[in-house]
Design a protein around this ligand. Structure first.
Ligand SMILES: Cc1ncc(COP(=O)(O)O)c(C=O)c1O
Length: 397
């Protein structure tokens, strides 16, 4: 830059290159809408399906690709696309692979907003939504119209671990795409792209990075991961043309949280198991749901797939049906450490109440009648959390 430039120009065209390259624990952060091409040759030589398409901020920067590559590696996939929330990642899969008249199968314990999105597609584009019981693979009956099956392992409210092996085998036989919401497993509990003794593989995983990868309860993001280049290109095209993108700052925050995700996941799972044992002793509950428990629906499937007994930090309880909504609300309002709020995977324990009557399509044989409360275990001491629940249970009397 020459000295004869005036101040307004110098304020914009300052020399911004650091004098030397340094190694840091965290990678440098890039924020970009515009990405400057070195020449018209670079502009015209780029190809939008390139893995690293540095042409505009919506397509990605080194900061977003660094995070995506690390997540793909963690989950055992090859390609990763980032979306502004877990729900947006789910919707990317639905809008890429479902066209008018196609059939999609979802588990009865599906993440609610995914079902709402699919119902919306059903009304507007005639997409057929069919529901299966995740612990009964026979209830999944694909037809020639079936394009996609959604899987959740485990379901995020009632925590049934699905019969993943038989559901995936059946889908593969019928050439149906498999999409797994892998938020619970977080790429740590099992390898979605190579699970079971038969080395079965999921086609697409979706992960609400909002939960464990963020770990702070303060950032929203989602990922869509595949091993297959053709599937990735289809998703990439929809991602690029819909303008789905994430900020460099949020990506850097998640990259910063990943190194301690394993420890957080493990700690929350340990505390959840301590709570599980205590909750099982309390007379107010008719069912305590956690995949590691032999009485929990889908326990046998969890056992055959999850590595070294791994599980996440969610536990749900079904209250004796003599307790009505007023009583359960008194219980939730009396908790002091468990805060009332959606989501999980952050430092603070959370609680949420559900009435399953309004959430299920199929008749339930594996769940008791009664209102359900889900505890998302944070990083507090398990004993303090038990004490909090014990105090709040007094409100039921
Ligand atoms: C299982 C599951 N999948 C996806 C999502 C959506 O993630 P987000 O909150 O980032 O949209 C959630 C959020 O609660 C979830 O529990």
């Amino acid at each position: 830059m020459t000295d004869n430039k005036t101040s307004p120009t110098l304020l914009i065209h300052a020399i911004r290159k650091a004098p030397q390259y340094i190694h840091t624990i965290q990678p440098p952060l890039f924020r970009a809408s515009t990405i400057i091409f070195q020449s018209t040759a670079h502009l015209f030589d780029r190809h939008w399906t390139d893995a690293y398409d540095y042409s505009y901020g919506t397509h990605g920067t080194p900061t977003t690709y660094t995070l995506g590559d690390q997540l793909a590696q963690l989950e055992g996939g090859k390609y990763c696309l980032l979306a502004p929330s877990g729900l947006s990642a789910i919707n990317l899969v639905n809008s890429t692979f479902l066209s008018q008249g196609d059939e999609v199968w979802v588990p009865d314990n599906i993440y609610g907003p995914n079902m709402e999105h699919l119902r919306n597609l059903q009304q507007r584009y005639g997409i057929i939504v069919k529901v299966y019981n995740p612990i009964d693979a026979d209830s999944f009956a694909p037809s020639a119209k079936t394009k996609l099956i959604w899987l959740e392992a485990a379901g995020s409210v009632t925590l049934e671990f699905p019969d993943l092996k038989n559901l995936v085998k059946k889908a593969q036989q019928a050439s149906v795409l498999t999409a797994l919401d892998n938020t619970w497993g977080a790429g740590l509990a099992f390898n979605a792209f190579d699970f079971s003794d038969e080395h079965l593989t999921i086609d697409i995983t979706v992960h609400a990075l909002t939960k464990y990868p963020s770990g702070g309860g303060d950032i929203l993001m989602g990922s869509v991961i595949t091993q297959d280049q053709t599937l990735h290109h289809q998703l990439f095209k929809m991602h690029a043309t819909q303008g789905i993108c994430v900020s460099g700052d949020d990506s850097a925050q998640i990259t910063r949280s990943l190194p301690h995700m394993y420890l957080r996941y493990q700690q929350q799972a340990e505390s959840a198991k301590v709570l599980l044992e205590w909750l099982k002793q309390q007379s107010e509950f008719t069912q305590v749901l956690h995949p590691t428990d032999p009485n929990s629906p889908g326990h046998e499937y969890w056992k055959e797939i999850c590595i070294d007994g791994k599980s996440a930090g969610l536990v749900s309880v079904i209250f004796n049906s003599k307790y009505d909504m007023h009583a359960i609300r008194r219980f939730c309002d009396a908790l002091t450490l468990f805060k009332l709020g959606f989501s999980w995977g952050g430092p603070m324990s959370l609680v949420m109440l559900y009435d399953l009557k309004h959430m299920r399509v199929l008749p339930n044989t594996h769940l008791q009648q009664g209102l359900l409360v889900r505890f998302c275990i944070g990083l507090e001491s398990a004993q303090d959390l038990i004490q909090d629940i014990q105090n709040a249970l007094k409100q039921l009397k």
